[in-house]
Design a protein around this ligand. Structure first.
Ligand code: ADP
Length: 191
């Protein structure tokens, strides 16, 4: 089983790439944001617990996220690997993911990072709010808070990824198709 991380700030285009990549390579797409939104939609206990944090643009606790991830990994069958989208978002999440994968005989094969300028991120999220109706995209203050949360809690991962290798930062402000082709070239070049 291959394990790929698609990394980048909110609005970078991780979800769009993850959908088409997972189809092409038969990967299980694990979007922690989508899973949490589904919990909120279904008004589960977990959904109620995470809603206000998500509405504010803050992170949900590592414990909750890691429990979700481990259970999805263990219950998935019939795929050639996993594509993590919106996860890991903290240094701790990455550490625990590595340990967990190692325990079950897997490793992270590549981290693909989409690099996009802040003005473009903001524009994209406000536009996405009109199409998808996500509350955390519609409010400029929440959007800015999500970017700030990313800079504080998620971006420190970049240094760790750089040291680890198999890290591929890509210009993410071109087109979906252009980024997709670049990512496919990277994946096809891995052994
Ligand atoms: P985006 O990357 O566009 O901001 P996501 O759908 O990945 O959106 O995440 C939406 C929200 O869900 C985040 O702002 C956060 O509150 C929560 N969330 C998603 N993934 C994680 C994670 N790995 N750790 C903590 N919180 C998360």
């Amino acid at each position: 089983m291959k394990n790929f991380i698609i990394f980048g700030p909110p609005g970078a285009g991780k979800g769009s790439q993850a959908v088409i990549l997972s189809k092409k390579y038969n990967l299980k797409h694990i979007s922690t944001g989508d899973i949490l939104r589904e919990e909120i939609k279904n008004r589960t206990k977990l959904g109620l617990k995470v809603k206000s944090l998500m509405d504010q643009g803050a992170l949900v606790s590592d414990e909750i996220i890691l429990e979700i991830i481990e259970s999805v990994i263990l219950s998935t069958k019939g795929f050639s690997g996993f594509l993590y989208d919106g996860f890991p978002r903290t240094v701790y999440q990455f550490k625990v993911l590595n340990e967990f994968l190692q325990k079950i005989g897997y490793k992270i094969d590549a981290v693909i990072s989409l690099v996009v300028k802040e003005e473009i991120l903001i524009k994209r999220m406000l536009r996405r709010a009109e199409i998808e109706g996500r509350a955390d995209d519609a409010d400029i203050e929440v959007v800015k808070n999500r970017i700030a949360t990313y800079r504080e809690q998620t971006e420190p991962l970049v240094e760790i990824f750089e040291k680890r290798g198999n890290f591929y930062p890509l210009e993410g402000d071109t087109t979906i198709e252009h980024s997709f082709n670049e990512i496919c070239t990277i994946i096809d070049g891995l052994d």
